[in-house]
Design a protein around this ligand. Structure first.
Ligand code: SF4
Length: 620
């Protein structure tokens, strides 16, 4: 099956992958095709006892509820119920209906991709079809869309898009003088006419159905691919919003979703997961180009983290363009705009920081939003993820835009933020200034590599002993103080690079400097993992070594699917000995974990002192 598909892919004029040449190992690859990985063992041959001794719930992969006893099944994020799966109601607030409809939307996207992949192999591309599939995947990411009505609408729209993709494929076959392949599975799926029918159909298409059909290990690997794709789709969507796309990337989404409709051995599934990581690297590069091309390279910038007197709007989520539009629309209106969560890095971009009413950052990471939004005396704009169930106290003054949605919350889809501005003017605003306090952001690759010579000298002289990359997605579960404690205990001759919302665990602490180089360097959002990779590659080049030989340790927190695709990128690059926490993904079964441990040295976070000693021991 795999060979057959690979041949189909190679025949067509799908654009050839441009190697990004950021591999840690020496890179001779000129295509997306995976290198042969002889170390991989078929799932059936994996010993069953492996993974013991790791910080992991042994019940994690053997708790599939009996069919009929569960209302939903979702285990795509770190806070999944009992570390096994949400089967009655999502810990995130996702109800069973929404969960089932999201599964069905992914199924519809697979059907579209079955045709779009084959049409693309024959040179026929429709970017509106690509966009629908990418947005459908992003819609199902944790904390994005909780509105079953909107998802049902997307399912029905998806059926029409699928029919268009089929026509595109049939026409391209006719032009090529060859018969169309008779496809089955999601390609011929017909959504039921009513909600009850859709929910009944959903029973056969989600993760739980895959586990029953393929077993835990294969289903877990399929979900590793799917969840990685969802994260990559989020970044691809952000890049598309700023006008950056890559047809090779679009084609890969279709190829991977088509791949997931088939039966594959474990080594093929793992190879595909690593390809997701490879394509995600390209997508993060695209987004980096989009952000820096539109708003300039981030530069070190002091950001006030306490409020100032006046009317206020808080912007959360990840979308830079929404912030820019809002800043333009609020100019001269006497409203201060604050960033929240992953919007903090926006203050470093010249094209955004030029707005004088971009007043500062308010609050912390996404999981604290209910308390923080309640206390914010203004309007709130939620762009993309991560939204939580709004409390009644602020439901009337929070707005969604883009793909994010919550039932009953006003959604703005036309880039006109007039209702947000009106709500801000109506609200009290801050009655007094908070105590003056600020932090520094804006240490993207351009800023850090601008002082690379100084950094290299500091390492050579022994002033800097070690680098830690501590960051990733933050979450609400206990155990995440590990990252705070790790940063606090990192010795004074070490530098901490951080990114994503995991930084809020320690970014307001004082770390000081080493010879003028701040000990805490905020690289940016989660997708700025690309920037961190470029920094690491440049350091490796300066020391004439590879990234794995640098005095650098990666201590990553994960929460949702964007962290999954970044982890796959790091594994694709051959980066070893990553520490991942606070718990390991429920969909990674012990046999698969053994592969990750054996081949990549991936390990769960344990005790801070032990992990710190192990990391610093690398220097000896
Ligand atoms: Fe549960 Fe996470 Fe899925 Fe929400 S996204 S239903 S919390 S596993």
């Amino acid at each position: 099956m795999w060979e057959k598909r690979s041949r189909v892919q190679r025949k067509g004029p799908v654009p050839v992958h441009r190697c990004t040449c950021t591999h840690v190992h020496s890179c001779t690859s000129s295509s997306f095709l995976p290198p042969s990985r002889p170390f991989l063992t078929p799932v059936k041959d994996f010993p069953s006892e492996i993974g013991q001794g790791l910080n992991r719930n042994p019940k994690m992969t053997r708790s599939i509820p009996v069919k009929g006893e569960i209302k939903m099944f979702c285990y795509q994020c770190e806070q999944t119920a009992r570390g096994t799966g949400c089967d009655r109601f999502g810990v995130c607030g996702k109800d069973p209906e929404t969960a089932d409809l999201q599964d069905l939307l992914v199924h519809v996207a697979k059907g579209i991709s079955q045709y779009a992949f084959r049409a693309g192999s024959l040179g026929a591309v429709d970017e509106s079809i690509d966009r629908f599939v990418i947005e459908a995947l992003f819609t199902t990411v944790t904390n994005v869309n909780f509105d079953p009505e909107r998802i049902e609408t997307l399912i029905r729209e998806g059926e029409k898009i699928r029919d268009r993709a089929k026509k595109l494929y049939d026409r391209s076959c006719a032009s090529a003088g060859r018969p169309s392949e008779d496809l089955g599975g999601p390609a011929v799926f017909v959504p039921a006419p009513d909600l009850d029918g859709l929910l009944a159909q959903a029973e056969g298409v989600g993760s739980e159905a895959r586990r029953r059909t393929w077993g835990d290990d294969a289903a877990g690997l399929m979900d590793l691919i799917l969840f990685g794709l969802k994260g990559t789709a989020a970044y691809a969507d952000h890049a598309m919003i700023l006008g950056r796309t890559d047809l090779t990337v679009n084609s890969f989404f279709h190829e991977a979703l088509d791949f997931l409709t088939g039966d594959h051995a474990a080594e093929e599934l793992i190879a595909m997961a690593l390809r997701v990581g490879e394509v995600n690297l390209r997508v993060m590069e695209l987004l980096d180009e989009a952000n820096t091309g539109t708003y300039g390279h981030p530069e070190p910038t002091r950001v006030r983290v306490t409020p100032i007197t006046g009317k206020a709007i808080l912007v959360s989520g990840h979308d830079l363009k929404d912030l820019e539009i809002l800043l333009k629309q609020t100019e001269g209106k006497g409203i201060n705009v604050y960033t929240h969560g992953e919007m903090l890095p926006c203050h470093g971009y010249p094209g955004l920081k030029k707005y004088r009413h971009l007043a500062g950052n308010y609050g912390g990471a996404w999981q604290d939003q209910q308390k923080e939004f309640e206390g914010f005396p203004g309007a709130i704009l939620m762009t993309t993820n991560c939204i939580q169930k709004p409390r009644p106290s602020y439901k009337g003054r929070i707005f969604t835009t883009g793909l994010v949605a919550w039932p009953g919350v006003v959604h703005l889809s036309n880039e006109d933020f007039t209702p947000v501005i009106a709500a801000a003017l109506e609200a009290e605003g801050f009655s007094e200034d908070g105590e003056e306090k600020s932090i520094t952001v804006g240490f993207g690759r351009n800023a850090v590599l601008g002082v690379a010579g100084k950094v290299v000298e500091a390492v050579k002289s022994g002033a800097i002993r070690h680098f830690f990359l501590i960051g990733g997605c933050d979450g609400a579960k206990p155990g995440r103080n590990y990252f705070t404690e790790f940063a606090e205990k990192a010795p004074g001759d070490t530098v901490i690079l951080t990114l994503a919302c995991g930084k809020y665990r320690f970014n307001k602490l004082e770390f000081g400097e080493i010879g003028g180089i701040p000990r805490l360097l905020d690289v940016g959002q989660c997708n700025d993992a690309y920037s961190a990779i470029r920094i690491a590659m440049a350091l490796a080049e300066a020391f004439e070594t590879d990234v794995n030989s640098l005095p650098l340790s990666l201590i990553l927190s994960w929460y949702e699917q964007k962290a999954v695709c970044i982890l796959l990128t790091l594994l694709h690059l051959g980066i070893r000995n990553i520490k991942l926490g606070p718990t390991l993904p429920a969909f990674i079964t012990p046999p698969v974990l053994k592969v990750l441990v054996d081949e990549f040295g991936l390990a769960p976070t344990r005790d801070v002192d032990a992990d710190l000693a192990e990391a610093l021991g690398k220097n000896d």
